[in-house]
Write a protein that binds this ligand. Structure first.
Ligand code: C2O
Ligand code: CU
Length: 488
């Protein structure tokens, strides 16, 4: 048996090392115009701005024949919801899929009852009616299903969309904001097409982050270009992929400014030549255009000395062409970027109600796997807490917190880089890097419906890398604890 074991090990190594790299360098032809998801129509009814979404399956031609997909109000992705800060909104979501679904408003500050978590599935044929007041400043959010155990599958089929918040701050009004013209949604997703033109859904064993694709879809378009005619163009980058990370940058190292991250505007535009986004993270960037040029947005490969094993475990960092911007021969001058974008106060760590820490390892957070009947912690509405989040696992994990925002206090004891200094709800956790976060609990209290925190690698989320928390009113913590046994 000794020889047999050796032979099996040797065979396993050959099989493992012989597997093709996770993706090829994705040079594309840029021969299709970038699709821009339509703005969702709305109407005002009894003081609410009302939107209708319908989740359904369909068929989409990406250039690989007829691919079976799903979308909201269409066959792939969904319309962009655009709302104003302070507005009361109501979204009716009809589920015409053949399985339970939900819609989670990723990044939204809202009551747990309308957060779209797995506790309130929308059964096939049923409609959910979700109402809340938009109580946060201008930001680029998104929405996607969050049903128990089927999030990866439903997002992979195409269920996702953007949710944009505008506000009345004159500084944000000066930014490029004409949707589809100088303000472009850029939803980046990787997919693998099978021989039959269908999406590959087999997890890539060697990556362990679920399905990794070798083809990029941007707003559902493969190899997209977009004509632009302003001197500044804003791209709302959303990593809408299941497990892949991207280091976005332009060919020729064109500089750009990062103006906002997940939860809102940065204090000032941050000059950069690259930005990394983990699944679920967003960044708005503004890039200067030169008349007549073609400027290519890429996701760059890892450092050349990284070996194949590191590449396999790094969430598949490889080179992709993402999008070509084609500038008109003459460009309309844009308003220059304001020097100050928002009053981003330094994080206030006085009066912190609790300090907690969260270890991410394999499919657990603090050694626990998700249990819908277990509440992991109880927080008080309107308070602040310091959370330390830390991954001790070689696989990249991504921390996401529902219904609240946070600021990064420090990264391994050092101040965060400027692009991590603003409001966040999603954060990449490279192995052995310790992040201290100042979590701000919003005023929405509910003793019965929990929110979630979890890994945003959707395969990991489906496999239970998730915990639950209640946000209760001041003075209600003990009572809620006797009912829910947090930590039990
Ligand atoms: Cu974008 Cu709980 O997810
Ligand atoms: Cu994970």
């Amino acid at each position: 048996t000794g020889w047999l074991v050796l032979a099996l090990i040797a065979g396993g190594c050959v099989w493992y090392l012989d597997r093709p790299p996770l993706s090829t360098v994705g040079a594309v032809a840029f021969d299709r115009e970038l699709a821009i998801p339509p703005l969702a129509p709305s109407r005002v009814e009894n003081g609410f701005r009302v939107f209708d979404l319908r989740a359904d399956s369909g068929v989409t031609d990406f250039g690989h024949g007829e691919t079976r997909t799903a979308g909201y109000n269409g066959s792939y992705l969904g319309p962009t919801l655009r709302v104003r800060s302070g507005e009361k909104i109501r979204v009716r979501v009809r589920n015409d899929l053949d399985q339970d679904s939900t819609v989670h408003w990723h990044g939204a500050i809202l009551p747990a009852a309308v957060d779209g978590g797995p506790h309130r599935p929308i059964r096939p044929g049923r409609t959910a009616d979700m109402r809340w007041t938009v109580d946060q400043p201008a930001a680029t959010l998104w929405y996607h299903p969050h049903p128990d155990g089927h999030t990866e599958e439903q997002v992979l089929r195409g269920l996702a969309g953007m949710f944009l918040i505008d506000d009345d701050d004159p500084r944000t009004a000066a930014l490029p904001h004409e949707y589809g013209v100088d303000d472009l949604p850029v939803i980046v997703q990787d997919r693998r097409f099978g021989w039959d033109g269908q999406f590959g859904t087999r997890p890539d064993f060697s990556s362990d982050v679920g399905v990794l694709g070798d083809t990029l879809l941007v707003n559902g378009t493969i190899g997209p270009y977009r004509e632009v005619r302003t001197s500044l163009v804003r791209l709302r980058l959303l990593n809408g992929s299941n497990g892949r990370q991207y280091d976005f940058g332009f060919a020729g190292d064109r500089g750009f400014h990062v103006i906002s991250t997940d939860g809102g505007m940065l204090a000032a535009p941050v000059p950069r030549t690259g930005i990394r986004l983990a699944p679920g993270e967003r960044a708005d960037i503004v890039v200067p255009m030169r008349p007549g040029e073609r400027l290519v947005l890429r996701s760059r490969s890892p450092a050349p000395d990284e070996n194949i094993l590191v590449r396999r475990f790094e969430g598949g960092m490889d080179s992709f062409d993402v999008l070509e911007l084609r500038a008109a021969a003459t460009l309309t001058p844009s308003t220059p970027l304001p020097a100050v974008l928002s009053d981003l106060p330094p994080p206030d760590t006085s009066k912190v109600a609790h300090e907690r820490s969260f270890e991410f390892y394999q499919r657990t957070i603090n050694d626990k796997n998700m249990d819908m009947h277990r509440v992991d912690l109880i927080a008080t509405a309107g308070t602040r807490e310091i959370w330390t989040v830390h991954s001790t696992h070689l696989m990249p994990h991504v921390f996401h917190l529902h219904g609240q925002r946070f600021r990064v206090l420090d990264v391994d004891g050092e101040p965060p880089p400027p692009e991590l200094s603003g409001w966040k709800d999603t954060l990449n956790l490279p192995m052995d890097v310790r992040f201290r976060l100042l979590v701000t609990f919003a005023g929405n209290a509910d003793e019965n419906t929990p929110y979630m925190y979890h890994c945003h690698v959707l395969r990991h989320e489906d496999e239970g890398m998730m915990g639950q928390f209640l946000v209760v009113g001041p003075g209600r913590e003990k009572f809620a604890a006797t009912r829910h046994h947090p930590g039990g």
